[in-house]
Every structure is written in structure tokens, then in C-alpha cells.
Design a binder for this molecule. Structure first.
Ligand SMILES: CC(C)(COP(=O)(O)OP(=O)(O)OC[C@H]1O[C@@H](n2cnc3c(N)ncnc32)[C@H](O)[C@@H]1OP(=O)(O)O)[C@@H](O)C(=O)NCCC(=O)NCCS
Length: 163
């Protein structure tokens, strides 16, 4: 059971979300995606799916996180994923990842893969909590600091997202 703020819901990302998405991306990653990458994913890449988490009350709503994946054959690959720094550790990331994996599974995915910086313990804990396993490393994968990427795989998508 994931305890998240009741007013948070997940929906598909649109072009209108990009200013807020870019702000979260820039606050979350040393090498954020440029706007043109999001536009390409949203408009031109048939393999891509992108979702946002939106927090709303009576007067306003705010994008507080996003996640993207590519679905190629029966493999879903997490392409991007971040929660606004002020909204972390409230269960929103887990909710988003589970929702993305369930959607991918409904579209035919059987296995999930991703890369994560070896130093990124918050993300690695989340992935392991959902059943991802460390299956390898890509040496020097991240160009900004030469950090290694950990390759993680969820072999049985069903087990990881039946919550
Ligand atoms: C990784 C990230 C998306 C997690 O989002 P979040 O909403 O804070 O995560 P949740 O609150 O849903 O936490 C779910 C689980 O993740 C793990 N986790 C999250 N933050 C953690 C932290 N700071 N330390 C250790 N474990 C953490 C825990 O296992 C947690 O489950 P638990 O609370 O039952 O122990 C968020 O930290 C983030 O945006 N980081 C910067 C961007 C990033 O690294 N993206 C991933 C790139 S691969």
C-alpha cells in the first residue's frame, strides 16, 4: 500500500506541462534534458510514453513529478524520472513508477530495464523495493563526471507491480 497525498494524481504529459517539467528536470539532474528532447518524445517518438504527477487543491494545480519510458518489443526502458525536490519521500515516485510499469505491462511489456548512477541510493532503493535487480554496470556512462551506470532489470514485470 502506497501512502501518497490524496490530491496527487497521474496523467499523460502534454506540451503545456513542459515549463514545470523542465524546472523539475533542472533541479534533479546534472545534465537535464533540453526542451527539444521532451518535444521529440511527445510529438515524434511512437515508442515513448510520458506521465506527470499533478498536485491540486481547490484553487490551483502543480506538476510535482514526471516519468517516461520507451516500449520496444516486450521491453520497457525507463527513460527519465524525477520528483520535485519539495515533494520527495511522500510515496509519489513509487506511485508513478508502479503506474508506468502497469501501463507498459498492459501494452505488452514483460521486462523492465533502466540505468541509474551508482551513487544514486534513493533511486536504487526504490527500484530494489519494486523488485529490480542489479544486472551489470556501464563504466564511465555519465559524461558529466565519468560515473558508472548500474543496469537494473525487473525480469518479471508482473511480480514488481502487483500492489
Ligand atoms: C528517485 C526519486 C524519483 C524517488 O522519488 P520519491 O517520490 O522521493 O520516492 P518515494 O517517496 O516514492 O519512495 C519510495 C521508496 O524509494 C526509496 N527512497 C526514496 N527516497 C529515498 C532516500 N532519500 N533514501 C533512501 N531510500 C529512498 C525507499 O525505498 C522508499 O520506500 P520506503 O519509503 O518504503 O522506504 C527522487 O528521489 C528523485 O526525483 N531523485 C532525483 C532524480 C533521480 O535520481 N531520478 C532517478 C534517475 S535513475
Amino acid at each position: 500500500m502506497i501512502a501518497v497525498p490524496a490530491q496527487v494524481h497521474i496523467r499523460e504529459m502534454t506540451l503545456q506541462d513542459l515549463p514545470e517539467v523542465l524546472e523539475i528536470d533542472q533541479a534533479s539532474f546534472p545534465v537535464p534534458w533540453p526542451e527539444r528532447s521532451y518535444r521529440f518524445e511527445l510529438i515524434e517518438n511512437p515508442a515513448a510514453q510520458l506521465f506527470v504527477a499533478e498536485s491540486s487543491d481547490d484553487s490551483e494545480s502543480q506538476v510535482v513529478g514526471f516519468i517516461g519510458y520507451w516500449l520496444i518489443g516486450d521491453e520497457v526502458h525507463i527513460s527519465t524520472f524525477a520528483i520535485h525536490p519539495d515533494y520527495r519521500m511522500q510515496g509519489i515516485g513509487e506511485l508513478m513508477l508502479v503506474r508506468a510499469l502497469r501501463t507498459a505491462r498492459a501494452s505488452g511489456a514483460a521486462v523492465a530495464t533502466l540505468e541509474v548512477r551508482v551513487s544514486n541510493w534513493p533511486a536504487i532503493h526504490l527500484y530494489e523495493k519494486l523488485g529490480f535487480e542489479q544486472v551489470g554496470k556501464r563504466a564511465g556512462y555519465y559524461r558529466d563526471n565519468g560515473e558508472d551506470a548500474l543496469l537494473m532489470t525487473l525480469h518479471s514485470l508482473r511480480e514488481g507491480v502487483e500492489q
